[in-house]
Design a protein around this ligand. Structure first.
Ligand code: GAL
Ligand code: ZN
Length: 660
């Protein structure tokens, strides 16, 4: 594990830089990320570059042996650029052109912006691409942040039409795929197709899904433009961008494909405050942990999404190391939190953690955000934590191997469910998060991967919401099952085709032969309505709520649970279909969290994957013959591990030899 920090030399007097660099080295930091917002400093006037300050900043860091990650500054086009080319400013879904004065104020489809971005990136690459201190590049910063993944300007409209022509070839094919016969939406000319916004009531969901794909592809293309410029100029350096964990608006699988490394920005307290609304449904109790550690499951889910994009060691490019300024309460944090976050990242598969930021900024938008140093340059709590971590770096968990469990995660399913959830509270991220958290509670590691990932080696494959699954994906799943995997399908599987229209086959559509069962009816259950379940794999008293599907098993498929009452009485609620060396389970209702834990425990144990019984807020995994256990609760927890009772102090890390 390497530690680093985000640094903004341009925010401080140059006389201070050498001291900062020395303090960084003394703290055991080895990586420094710089320059990602400094376009106006690098190119103060069109075509006039000022590299002096950046040359000296890099030299100052290099003189202390620090390695540099350079950010391309395209998240912040300078004022002169916007003034000369106002059409680079993006247009929001309300049709308003956004203004200069913060960041991310650009449209990635504006031709002039693409040209000017290419120029600044080329100039940077030519100057620093082969600098011995430069080890990696970050493209742009947090693509899509501040609701900028989708733009509705004229450039985007034109690019969207080209994208549609490439996808469908003919208007007839598009009209068919979108079902435009409905409400007289048929298009007779490509020019008639606009971005789907400002419609009177909801826009056609096939149209919108394609716009979401197109928007994501536009960002992928904008990133590619920069990658293509940099590659030849900076041989051997790793190219990356910084993701935002569970961010839903961009397809991170696509963005990661041509990167050398996946990274993300981890702000556990901020995310716990902002994202628990999707993570925890109103019908479940919302857990709390120590006040300053965030929610370890939300953080872990983000780590897993990032890891899953490449299934390789990743970096935390920005790691919270004190309070943030952009959430609700922005609590102050204690050194133990920074230590837990760093260990957690290592356990999740990170090979570097870069703290945000070196010193708290005195001015502008983020003046109330913390750094490793306070505004007055005195050490902040984060720096204490980093100094202590330096000693224990060799003991941090080693690289994680491929897990035995895969949880399939798809942005297309996410978007399609978001467009037509049918029931309040039905949310794809929430669904996947619940499955993920249940696995964590059972101490079961899982890789969160796309459908097109190689499924070899996974003993259990979980597909909680395979809404839009293709024939090809169904075949890959079948192959994995025949080879011995247990596949679990959740509700609403196989409902749609890739153009977001319902299949004309009985449900679960392309997954039906795999499931060995047919969904004969489905009910959205409003709050207070539930159906009793009976069967041996859950104790009596369990009920299906939220969403229930009636399953009719084919001959040879077992009904493991049935609905005992209500509209679906008598129908199967959980089926098991043996296929080749594996089996397929179809879970026909939206599981409550405790039910999910109970079922996953049984399924894992049947495969010989040892499920634990971890207290809430405690994470545990085996690395190098040792258990690494993290307790995110304020107070101690007791845990039985390999038959031993272990007492875990609050906000602490425990290591324990395994007994196998
Ligand atoms: C990140 C961003 C940083 C900084 C930070 C504050 O999202 O990349 O530039 O704004 O948040 O927490
Ligand atoms: Zn645009």
């Amino acid at each position: 594990m390497q530690l680093g920090v985000c640094y903004y030399p341009e925010h401080w007097p140059e006389e201070r830089w050498a001291q900062d660099a020395r303090l960084m080295r003394q703290a055991g930091l080895t990586i420094v990320r710089i320059a990602e917002f400094a376009w106006a400093k690098m190119e103060p006037q069109p075509g006039v570059y000022d590299w002096g300050w950046l040359d000296r900043a890099i030299e100052t860091l290099a003189a202390e042996g620090l390695k540099v990650v350079l950010g391309t500054p395209t998240a912040t086009p300078p004022a002169w650029l916007v003034r000369a080319h106002p059409d680079v400013l993006p247009v929001d879904a309300q049709g308003r052109r956004r203004a200069f004065g913060s960041r991310r104020h650009y449209c990635s489809n504006a031709p002039i912006y693409r040209t000017l971005s290419e120029q600044i990136v080329r100039a940077m690459g030519q100057r620093y691409g082969q600098h011995p201190a430069v080890i990696a590049w970050q493209i742009d910063n947090e693509f899509g942040c501040h609701d900028t993944a989708r733009c509705y300007c004229d450039h985007c409209a034109a690019a969207f039409r080209r994208w549609l022509q490439a996808r469908y070839g003919t208007l007839a094919a598009l009209n068919e795929a979108w079902g435009t016969v409905f409400w007289s939406q048929a298009y007779g000319d490509w020019e008639e197709i606009d971005p789907p916004h400002l419609t009177v009531t909801e826009a056609n969901p096939s149209h919108v899904l394609d716009y979401e794909r197109f928007s994501s592809d536009s960002v992928v293309a904008f990133q590619q433009l920069q990658l293509d410029v940099l590659r030849p100029l900076t041989p051997g350096r790793r190219l990356t961008t910084n993701f935002m964990g569970d961010f839903p608006d961009l397809n991170y699988h696509d963005l990661a494909r041509s990167l050398d490394l996946a990274t993300w920005d981890s702000y556990p307290t901020g995310f716990a405050e902002m994202n628990s609304a999707y993570a925890y449904p109103e019908w479940e109790q919302r857990p709390t942990y120590a006040y300053d550690v965030g929610d370890p499951y939300i953080t872990g889910f983000c780590h897993a999404i990032t890891h899953g994009t490449k299934r390789a060691p990743f970096w935390v490019m920005e790691q919270q190391c004190g309070h943030v300024n952009w959430a609700t309460y922005n609590p102050g944090v204690r050194p133990a939190a920074v230590r837990l976050w760093t260990w957690h990242a290592a356990l999740a598969g990170a090979e570097a953690v870069v703290y945000f930021r070196w010193r708290a900024c005195r001015f502008a938008q983020e003046q109330h955000h913390s750094g490793l140093l306070n505004h007055d340059a005195s050490p902040a709590i984060g720096l204490q934590a980093v100094h202590a971590l330096r000693e224990e770096l060799p003991h941090l968990p080693a690289e994680r191997k491929q897990a035995k469990i895969a949880l399939l995660y798809s942005y297309e399913d996410l978007w399609a469910f978001q467009l037509q959830p049918h029931r309040k509270g039905f949310d794809y991220r929430r669904l996947c998060f619940a499955w993920w958290r249940a696995l964590q509670r059972l101490g079961l590691e899982a890789d969160l991967i796309p459908y097109d990932a190689d499924l070899t080696g996974y003993e259990m494959i979980l597909a909680p919401g395979a809404f839009l699954v293709s024939q090809q994906q169904a075949q890959a799943l079948e192959q994995a099952v025949r080879a011995g995997a247990t596949l679990v399908l959740g509700v609403r599987s196989g409902v749609k085709s890739s153009s977001n229209v319902v299949t004309d086959e009985p449900l679960p559509g392309v997954l039906r032969s795999l499931a060995g069962a047919t969904v004969t009816a489905w009910h959205s259950l409003p709050p207070g309505v539930s159906m009793a379940l009976s069967g041996t794999c859950l104790p009596e008293g369990n009920e299906a709520a939220v969403w229930a599907e009636a399953l009719r098993p084919e001959p040879g498929t077992l009904a493991l649970l049935r609905y005992r009452d209500g509209a679906l009485a008598g129908a199967a609620a959980l089926t098991e279909h043996a296929l080749g060396a594996g089996r397929v389970l179809y879970l026909g209702w939206y599981p409550q969290f405790a039910q999910l834990e109970a079922l996953l425990r049984q399924w894992a144990n049947a495969l010989g994957l040892m499920a634990l019984d971890l207290p809430d807020g405690v994470l545990a995994a085996q690395r190098d013959g040792e258990w690494v256990v993290l307790n995110f609760n304020e107070t101690a927890r007791t845990l039985v591990l390999d038959g031993r009772t272990v007492e875990l102090p609050g906000c602490e890390i425990t290591k324990l030899g395994t007994r196998s």
